[in-house]
Design a protein around this ligand. Sequence first.
Ligand code: TYM
Length: 323
Amino acid sequence: MARILTGIQSTGTPHLGNLLGAIRPAIELAHAPENDSFLFIADLHSLTQVKEGEVLRKNTYATAAAWLAFGLDTDRSVFYRQSDVPEVTQLAWYLNCFFPYQRLTLAHSFKDKADRLEDVNGGLFSYPMLMAADILLYDADFVPVGKDQLQHLEMTRDVANRFNHKMGETFIVPQELTRSETMLIPGLDGAKMSKSKNNILNVFDEPGALKKLINKEIVTDATPLEDPKNPDDAVVWKLYNAMAGEVASQKMADQLRAGGYGWGHAKKELLEAIVDGFATERAAFHRWMDDPGALDAVLAKGAAQAREVAGPVLERVRSKLGY
Ligand code: TYM
């Protein structure tokens, strides 16, 4: 049996990149009979950016609702809010004391903002050690993530090895799991889809809003309708490819290359793939969002299960440290 663990920040409603890059693959792994799984909402990480309690709470509900709407079965997975397990901040402190300051200065999460140091808080700087604590606290074997998190996983392995080396075998050193087809979902502008870049597709939005966004924000070139087009550099095709699977996206690529098929047609097919493809999930998402009490109950059950595992692991660490 392998233990799968992954988390998502609650900085907004999970976008298409989160859903295809993390939530869907993690649920598939979590439901495989040979695995057990820990899936959580990283609302302590979100605090590095979001300071309004009401916003944070709402985002946390939206993130929980997205997992559940995509079919997460909480009888088969431990599903919880990071902040409900205080053991994690304690472990993060210990790990911070075993990891070189110099290495933390190289983390993308910090480096991307290093030219605007006035925007960087201490939490953002030590973010990778809280993430390492998330993983090591549960003896996780595999961590499914998108490409943008690979450096953090490397730091997790690094700090686990440093601790094990100095204090004796304590932590399981985890492996990342990535999928080539969904490693990096582009945003509407072609850069990585990311809340902070304001280029996201929220698949839970109303179809009308999605249509507007796709038609207005996805950039295409000015090739006339009848001319052949190159799908490989086109955001609309890349998104369709991530959504619709190999056969359908190959068909669209052939049509684009043949000519007589316009970007407008491609956008229409992309919209349909999202609206129809996620119709059930969209309805389920809104049902959950209308019932925060039910979300709280699900998350409370998960927190209790998570703490049962976290407590003994933290004790193992503390005894190694001489506390
Ligand atoms: P976060 O919240 O930025 O993203 C959550 C997951 O979604 C993936 N992802 C993407 N995948 C494909 N294309 C994209 N455009 C895209 N954008 C995001 C991310 O790779 C990630 O898998 N630090 C983490 C949260 C975290 C965590 C953890 C993850 C905290 N503790 C422990 C795993 C294990 C983060 O900010 O992810």
